[in-house]
Design a binder for this molecule. Structure first.
Ligand code: PGA
Length: 265
C-alpha cells in the first residue's frame, strides 16, 4: 500500500440534474468528510457546478469538472474554459476520458464506448496546460482498448498517450497532476481489470514519469484506477503498491456504494 493520500473521484457523466446532484452530495458528504485521510472529489455535469460549489464551499470534499476547453474565452460555442471553472472553485478536471477520445481523430474505441467527441492527444495536452495555469488538478485518463490489449500493445499505447499529453510539462507543475489508468474495455462493462495487472500498469505509468519528467514527481504523483470499481473490488485494488485511488463512474451515483468505496480507501 502506498503512502500517498488516496483520492476517490466520482465521475457522474451526463447524469443527475443540479437539484438531484445536490441531494446526492448531501447524502454522502458527512461520511466523506469523516475520512480525513482520503481526498474525495465529485465531478458533476457543468450545470451542477454552481450549486455544488455553494454546498461544498467549506467542505473537504472537492469539486471537479468532466472536461474543459483550452482557451480562456472567445467564439467557441458550447465550450467552458478553465477560467470559468476557476470562478466556481473547481479543483479537479477530468481530461481525455475515453468517452471523449478518438485518438488522432481516428475512432478506435468500440462504438458502444463512444468516440463522439474527437478528443486528441494534442487537445488533451492543451487542456492540461490550461488547467495548470489556473491551479486546477487535471485527472488525465489513459488506457487501451480491448483490441490493443489483445495485440500486446497496452504499454506502448499508454506511453504514447503520456508522452503526447504531458508534452512540455514542467516538473514543478506535476504536483497538480493526477493520472487515471482506465482500460477502455473495463469502463461501464462490469469487467474489472485484475488488481495485479492494474497495479502493474500504474507502476509502468510511474516509471514513465520518473524517466521522462522527474523521479520526485513520479514518487508523489497519484495514479488512479478506473473501470467498474465497486464496493466489492475496491479494497483489493487499493491494497496494491501503485494504485492511489479510483475514478468511479456508475458506482459514484449510488451514495451508499460511493461511501463504501471511500471507506475502502
Ligand atoms: P465505471 O466508469 O466505473 O462506470 O466503469 C469509470 C469511468 O468512466 O471513469
Amino acid at each position: 500500500m502506498s503512502t500517498r493520500t488516496k483520492l476517490i473521484a466520482g465521475n457522474w457523466k451526463m447524469n443527475l440534474t443540479s437539484a438531484e446532484g445536490a441531494a446526492r452530495v448531501e447524502s454522502f458528504i458527512q461520511h466523506a468528510e469523516s475520512k480525513e485521510d482520503v481526498d474525495v472529489v465529485v465531478c458533476p455535469p457543468y450545470l451542477a457546478l454552481p450549486k455544488l460549489s455553494e454546498i461544498l464551499k467549506y467542505s473537504s470534499v472537492k469539486l471537479g469538472a468532466q472536461d474543459v476547453f483550452w482557451l480562456d474565452s472567445g467564439a467557441y460555442t458550447g465550450n467552458v474554459s478553465a477560467r470559468q471553472l476557476y470562478e466556481f472553485c473547481v479543483d479537479y478536471c477530468i481530461v481525455g476520458h475515453s468517452e471523449r477520445r478518438g485518438r488522432f481523430g481516428v475512432m478506435e474505441v468500440p462504438e458502444s464506448t463512444v468516440g463522439y467527441f474527437g478528443e486528441t492527444d494534442e487537445t488533451i495536452n492543451l487542456k492540461i496546460q490550461a488547467l495548470f495555469k489556473y491551479g486546477i488538478n487535471p485527472i488525465m485518463c489513459v488506457g487501451e482498448t480491448l483490441a490493443e490489449r489483445e495485440a500486446g500493445k497496452t504499454d506502448e499505447v499508454i506511453c504514447a498517450q503520456l508522452a503526447a499529453g504531458l508534452k512540455g510539462v514542467h516538473p514543478a507543475e506535476m504536483h497538480l497532476f493526477v493520472a487515471a489508468y482506465e482500460p477502455v474495455w473495463a469502463i461501464g462493462t462490469g469487467k474489472v481489470c485484475d488488481a495485479d495487472e492494474a497495479n502493474r500498469v500504474c507502476g509502468m505509468i510511474r516509471t514513465w514519469i520518473a524517466e521522462n519528467i522527474e523521479v520526485e514527481a513520479a514518487n508523489d504523483v497519484r495514479i488512479l484506477y478506473g473501470g467498474s470499481v465497486k464496493p466489492g473490488n475496491a479494497a483489493e485494488i487499493f491494497g496494491t503498491s501503485d494504485i492511489d485511488g479510483a475514478l468511479v463512474g456508475g458506482a459514484s451515483l449510488k451514495p451508499e456504494d460511493f461511501s463504501a468505496i471511500v471507506s475502502a480507501a
